[in-house]
Design a binder for this molecule. Structure first.
Ligand SMILES: C[S@@+](CC[C@H](N)C(=O)[O-])C[C@H]1O[C@@H](n2cnc3c(N)ncnc32)[C@H](O)[C@@H]1O
Length: 321
């Protein structure tokens, strides 16, 4: 089951292959019940690189379908586990009802603000998703790692707590650009998946995605030293993605986040200053000239400036806006 993926319907697949209470974390992004081939209109992009065969669920069946897959998700989840369901607002009612009727408890209701809505002249632009973060009802303590990305004392140059900001329930995360590369019709950004996984799982945990699509959950899980499993009914997407997983070196992203020269985050308690931000950005541009990826750059900056990987990512992204 660890790092095993099934080309089949998730409800049948879970019943057949997943035992009770085996999974530490579920992250999943079910189909949207968008009639016809309209999904690309939400994403404003060329279709030539999109994998064929995305399977939709009809609006009429969506409520029952949601109840049935969430019933299986609850069964396979550990008592200490949690689940993140990504949903558009059009199907939110069905998902919320399925959570309630299956006896799950909502821990948080996040808004994920993204940057790829399509402009319109007749109504407001949709630029958010809902992320429903839930657990099984009961007394077990659900796994949550509050300091996985920022230290308790870390403050930005305005004196605001970076940890508090990261823990707020509105997340602004843009999409990953994959110009000229094959992709699923919609694909969750690596940054979003990393955030959910780091807060809600540990290394070697098992993460399940009921709707793998382009296997982004599985790929990020492996990159963060976790194991994964899941289902994708579309044979074309499955065949295209499944072979790529074993090419990813398990835990490679963690190595970058930890490389603080054995002196982790020695500046973490100090407030950021404009001067330090300027120095970081100057160094960032110099490092990038050598051709390294952004992730490698954050890891080098983290080592040199004695602050966390995610602080570096935040500073660079804020300065670029
Ligand atoms: C919203 S996408 C998931 C995207 C994925 N999170 C990613 O980042 O690439 C939903 C996926 O569920 C698949 N799907 C639809 N019905 C399914 C079912 N009954 N069982 C398993 N997969 C299904 C679709 O083919 C589609 O690839």
């Amino acid at each position: 089951m660890r790092d095993t993926y099934y080309n089949m319907d998730c409800i049948t697949g879970a019943k057949t292959y997943l035992p009770d209470a085996m999974v530490d974390l579920i992250i999943t992004d079910p189909p949207f019940a968008i009639e016809g081939d309209q999904l690309h209109k939400l994403y404003n992009r060329k279709e030539e690189y999109v994998v064929e065969g995305y399977v939709e669920v009809s609006k009429e069946k969506y409520r029952e379908f949601s109840f049935r897959w969430i019933e299986q998700a609850k069964r396979v989840l550990k008592d200490t586990g949690s689940m993140y369901i990504v949903s558009g607002w059009t199907n939110l009612l069905d998902i919320l009802l399925a959570i309630e009727q299956n006896g799950l408890e909502l821990i948080n209701h996040m808004i994920w603000k993204y940057n790829f809505g399509v402009s319109t002249k007749h109504k407001f632009v949709t630029s958010h998703y809902h992320i429903l973060y839930c657990r099984k009802k009961g007394n077990a303590e659900v796994k949550f790692n509050p300091y996985c990305r920022f230290g308790a004392e870390e403050k930005d140059s305005e004196g605001s707590s970076m940890l508090y900001c990261d823990l707020e329930d509105v997340w602004t995360i843009g999409r990953d650009f994959k110009k000229g590369r094959t992709k699923n019709r919609n694909q969750l950004p690596v940054e979003l998946l990393m955030k959910m996984m780091l807060y809600s799982s540990d290394e070697d945990d098992l993460i399940c995605d009921f709707f793998l699509g382009s296997f982004s959950t599985a790929k990020v899980a492996r990159s963060l030293g976790r194991y994964s499993t899941g289902f994708e009914i579309n044979g074309t997407a499955y065949d295209h993605q499944v072979g790529q997983i074993s090419n990813i070196q398990r835990g490679w992203m963690l190595a970058g986040m930890r490389s603080n020269g054995g002196n982790p985050h020695f500046n973490q308690r100090k407030r950021w200053t404009k001067e330090e931000t300027g120095n970081v950005m100057e160094r960032y541009h110099n490092i990038k000239c050598t051709g390294v990826s952004d992730r490698q750059a954050y890891s080098i900056l983290s080592q040199e400036f004695g602050r966390g990987y995610f602080s570096m990512m935040n500073i660079v992204k804020k300065s670029r806006r």
